[in-house]
Design a protein around this ligand. Sequence first.
Ligand code: TXA
Ligand code: MG
Length: 351
Amino acid sequence: MFAKYSNQKEKINFEEIEEAAQKIQNGELVLFPTETVYGIGANAFDEIAVKKIFEAKGRAGDNPLIVHISNLQMVNEIVEEISDLEKKLIEKFWPGPLTIIFKRKSKDVIPNVVTANLNTVGIRMPSNLIAKELIQRAGVPIAAPSANVSGRPSGTKIEDIIEELQDKVSYILDGGLTDIGLESTVIRVEENKINILRPGKITKEQLEEVANEVEVDSHVLGKVEKNEKVASPGMKYRHYAPNTKCMMVYSEDEDKMISRINEITLGMKQEGKKILILAKKKNLNNYISEIKWNMGENLNEIAKNIFTLLRKVDKEQVDLVIIEGVGRNGLGLAITNRLIRACAYQYEIIN
Ligand code: TXA
Ligand code: MG
């Protein structure tokens, strides 16, 4: 069965969004854009529909889904309570790319399959107009993970994911390239402290404007050891990684970073190996490898491009991909978090 495709790139077609919303109500899956990445969504109240998402993605059952809402009434239905700090965060960052992990209501409003049996639930209110309309018209919260087969980079445009997902959904809303390109910031609030479980467009610095204490979970950059307990199940899983071997090299001193990348390239070249470099536009000319791709000019552009680039890497048939690191400031933390995983923790940081 193939999905109905609706082009919403140039102009929003509300009739077609309405059709897609009916699919959600009927317990079917819809591929839709958000401001971060595409989502593969189902009615969050419908256990059977949500199970289809796990099947479509090949997702582990212990990895909970984010519930997408379009108004605050939907939140009140699902969560036990909203603390003062959470209220402030909602006011400042919703609608937008921030997922808050709340304590869920004790009676089962949201089925256990959505939250992987946790007593918490991750909620966000997307700002993308198509996403907002879809949820509003469906009249129910939509459970949606990133639209990609588990382990693959998240989809930031339909062209990248159509092959792997078109026969798994009933409707595709194509909103073009997503604005941000990386998934939402996921946080947990404990009293007056914010814990960042997954960094994203809403940065640590922005969260510090609202809370006195903001901590980055140790697994955001650190490796998860076997059987280690994690604050967010998604941290455990292999993610974003091409089949080709990748490594990240970073130094605050760009000359040092470039020299080191050229040194590795030279050594590999002498062994007859092919190297692909992913670098910022301004640095491309400094690299001795013949194959090099532009990641973008700045952090916003790199965030937007990185998943598409990672998806293309395997087609190039090289022996090693070397990716320039971007540091940890602002959006850099989110990009670094994705790159470290794409490189299966193979990275060098030079002082
Ligand atoms: O931007 C986004 O967040 C996109 C778009 C579609 O909204 N969604 C997304 O979903 O990235 P997904 O499923 O790919 O990633 C959700 C992450 C996972 O790492 C999951 O473990 C974590 O959020 N998560 C969800 N509910 C949680 C909970 N109750 N406690 C801890 N972590 C949770
Ligand atoms: Mg994902």
